[in-house]
Write a protein that binds this ligand. Structure first.
Ligand code: GTP
Length: 289
């Protein structure tokens, strides 16, 4: 693991807000239904996840019970909030205004401690379990929560997302996190553009192998569905999990569209040339911090 850049990621939120579920789906190949078996996290669970060969995600999933929070903000304060690159906080969407206000207070105390110890932190707020809110109320609820969060976080800048384990939204959030961590993403996108032109295709997306998160993409013709990359992430991830469960090995996926099929064999040489370039560019990618 020598030479890998450590990316410190802190996941927080009140008890049962869905932190371990999110982590297990993105990094441990859990299916959403499996998260019902998860137990409450006792204090802090730290996991390490190698990412793109040159990064090592150091993920701290912090149990959300009130006694733990008091401990985070007192005894653990000096160590826990130091050098954090990414802070993810989960709010339960179905909570009423009173519960949300309590959560907000807790978030504010944490944010202030983190900003002191880690001035360059990237903050992501998730209005989570959105599936439990009626579809016609989701947009308004999210906008209200987002406005309030942006206001109380100032001068820190935050990004808000509405999420649920039951759709592809978590892949969207984590792909945005990865995008922020990459310093030479424009170089990669340029290579993908050249590749797309040579292959005569409308869209090229580069996914990380284990998580299927989107690392970079080039889109020549904007798709009608903006969420397609994250939908593809979720679909392939689920498919891979099923293959793994049945012990079927898989090195390469070839997705054939009924019309406009790309001749993969003919382009094999071209592909391997581009893959070499992309691999080299990824290995020289540095964290922004
Ligand atoms: P602590 O460890 O106690 O801090 O909880 P946690 O935040 O890690 O929550 P956990 O991931 O254990 O999830 C608690 C419950 O919420 C589980 O039963 C999950 O299946 C459920 N859950 C997580 N995400 C969602 C979601 O998006 N929608 C719904 N409906 N349930 C969810």
């Amino acid at each position: 693991k020598l030479g890998k850049r450590k990316v410190n990621i802190l996941i927080m939120g009140r008890g049962s807000s869905g932190k371990t579920s999110m982590r297990s789906i993105i990094f441990d190949n859990y299916e959403p239904i499996d998260t019902r078996r998860l137990c409450a996290t006792n204090e802090i669970e730290t996991t390490h996840f190698p990412f793109l060969g040159h990064m090592l995600f150091n993920i701290k999933d912090c149990g959300g019970q009130d006694t733990f929070f008091n401990d985070y903000l007192s005894h653990k304060r000096r160590h826990l909030f130091h050098n954090i690159d990414v802070f993810v906080y989960l709010f339960e969407a179905k909570n009423g205004d009173e519960e949300f206000a309590k959560d907000l207070k807790q978030f504010q105390s944490l944010l202030s401690a983190i900003c002191k110890g880690s001035p360059l932190v990237n903050v992501f707020c998730l209005i989570h379990k959105m599936d439990l809110v009626k579809p016609d109320q989701r947009e308004k609820l999210f906008k209200d929560r987002e406005n309030e969060l942006i206001n109380i976080s100032k001068p820190a800048k935050i990004s808000c997302y509405m999420t649920s384990i039951w759709d592809e939204s978590l892949y969207g959030v984590w792909s945005s996190i990865v995008y922020r961590l990459m310093s030479n993403v424009h170089k990669l996108e340029n290579t993908l553009k050249l590749f797309a032109e040579e292959m005569e295709c409308d869209e090229v997306i580069l996914f990380e192998r284990a998580t299927l998160l989107v690392v970079a993409k080039y889109v020549r013709v904007p798709p009608s569905d903006e969420k397609r990359p994250q939908r593809v992430s979720k679909t392939i991830k689920n498919f891979k999990a099923k293959l793994d469960r049945n012990k079927i090995s898989h090195d390469l996926f070839e997705i054939k569209l009924s019309s406009n099929r790309i001749d993969f064999v003919q382009h094999q040489k071209l592909k391997s040339t581009f893959f070499k370039i992309i691999t080299r560019q990824l290995s020289t990618t540095k964290n922004k911090w």
